[in-house]
Design a protein around this ligand. Structure first.
Ligand SMILES: Nc1ncnc2c1ncn2[C@@H]1O[C@H](COP(=O)(O)OP(=O)(O)O)[C@@H](O)[C@H]1O
Ligand SMILES: CC(=O)OP(=O)(O)O
Ligand SMILES: [Mg+2]
Length: 388
């Protein structure tokens, strides 16, 4: 192997990594259930490669095991760079940036805006810097893709001063949307420049209205709490609920944060059965079924708002775990959006085909989420590494 680029994607409940050599993916792995019992799965390209086990829980423990394993597997000297998914890039960054001490300080300031993601990614960057001090590292921002949103779609109707301070709608999952946007010409032909709604339905969930291949509007805002119902997040909520919990029930900030980021969403509505769509779809429990039904209803509401901003719909694209694999959820969302003329081919849907519509009405497609590919692309562009 020559000088591969390593990509690291520290998600809320997982860590995904990949190695690219000469522009091609050589190795790809996923560590799931990171806070309970981290478990590694390596993708097919790594057939025959022995994986690693993680001592303990959390992102730091996983990163530690990964770095040790990579050192033995590919050798430290041969890395060209490491690219990271950094969820919050604030107002300034509309593209990937090479990491230096000043950038890290700036990104530290954004930790309260993305407590499930930002501290983990920054800690891993620091861990790698200690391990391999001369290795170039690049921060690739989830927010960057959404910097093209017009001002009206970035604003809350708050006092000006707060907007000017940066209390605005940023949007997330931008690496995933950028990857989908890159596939659109191949997927949609002449419709690629049209009115496209992308539903990123994973552990975190959001939607993005894409026009001319660029973000026009998105369901997440200042933090990754706004918008759709998610695995453990409620999505959009009357802010009066938070005030009531604070003032009426005397909850403190930690309790409220826990409720908003950990105890709500599929997990909360199902009464704690699971935050995993697979479990809920398989469960006969009435609360599990209600959680799935509410997930669908919230998705339809958000879709309606974004389709209104697009002025109609030429294509609906599903991506990420639920979007790619939960046929029943896709079918229910498309059925509730039937008024748009969406006609789903049930067989194609059951088989998770790339194209799901019958040929009438808007296109309906599935794209495999690949934030790693986008990170690799951004790193190559940022460092202009020849041959990668
Ligand atoms: N076969 C499946 N059927 C239904 N849902 C699935 C399936 N596989 C994965 N999922 C769901 O996808 C979600 C995780 O999506 P993913 O994009 O991997 O999350 P993240 O990257 O945000 O951790 C979970 O809710 C999981 O239940
Ligand atoms: C931004 C966000 O919600 O990311 P994830 O899906 O990794 O939780
Ligand atoms: Mg994700």
């Amino acid at each position: 192997m020559s000088s591969p680029i390593l990509t690291i994607n520290a998600g809320s409940s997982s860590l995904k990594f990949a190695l690219y050599d000469q522009g091609r993916q050589r190795l790809r792995g996923l560590v799931e259930r990171i806070h309970e019992a981290p478990r590694l799965s390596l993708h097919e390209e790594a057939a025959g490669t022995e994986g690693f086990t993680v001592e303990g829980t959390g992102h730091a423990a996983v990163a530690h095991a990964l770095l040790d394993w990579l050192e033995g597997h590919v050798g430290q000297a041969s890395f060209a760079a490491v690219g990271h998914r950094v969820v919050h890039g604030g107002r300034t960054h509309d593209q990937a940036r090479r990491v230096d001490a000043a950038l890290l300080d700036e990104l530290d300031e954004l930790v309260p805006l993305a407590p499930l993601h930002q501290p983990q990614a920054l800690a891993i960057i620091r861990q790698i810097h200690e391990h391999w001090p001369d290795l170039p590292q690049v921060a690739c921002f989830d927010t960057a893709f959404h910097r093209t949103q017009p001002w009206l779609n970035q604003c809350y109707a708050l006092p000006r001063q707060l907007t000017d301070e940066g209390i605005q709608r940023y949007g997330f999952h931008g690496l995933s949307y950028a990857h989908v946007a890159r596939q659109l010409p191949d997927l949609l032909g002449e419709r690629a420049q049209g009115r496209v709604l992308v539903a990123h339905l994973g552990h975190g969930c959001s939607m993005c209205a894409i026009r001319d291949g660029r973000s026009l509007a998105t369901s997440m805002g200042f933090t990754a709490l706004e918008g759709l119902m998610m695995g453990r997040r409620a999505g959009s909520l009357d802010p009066g609920v938070v005030l009531y919990l604070l003032q009426g029930k005397r909850w403190n900030a930690e309790q409220i944060e826990r409720m908003l980021y950990h105890d709500s969403g599929l997990y909360g509505v199902s009464g704690g059965i699971s935050d995993d769509m697979r479990d809920l779809l398989d469960s006969p429990d009435a609360q599990a079924q209600e959680a799935v039904a509410l997930f669908v209803r919230r998705a339809v509401r958000e879709a309606g708002a974004l389709i209104a901003l697009l002025g109609g719909l030429d294509a609906l694209v599903f991506t990420a775990g639920i979007g790619e694999k939960a046929a029943a959820v896709r079918r229910a969302i498309c059925a509730e959006l039937g008024w748009l003329g969406i006609a789903l081919d049930d067989t194609a849907n059951a088989h998770h085909a790339r194209r799901l519509d019958t040929g009438r009405g808007p296109r309906v497609c599935v794209v495999t989420a690949d934030e790693e590919a986008e990170i690799h692309h951004s790193v190559s562009e940022c460092l202009a590494i020849a041959g990668d």
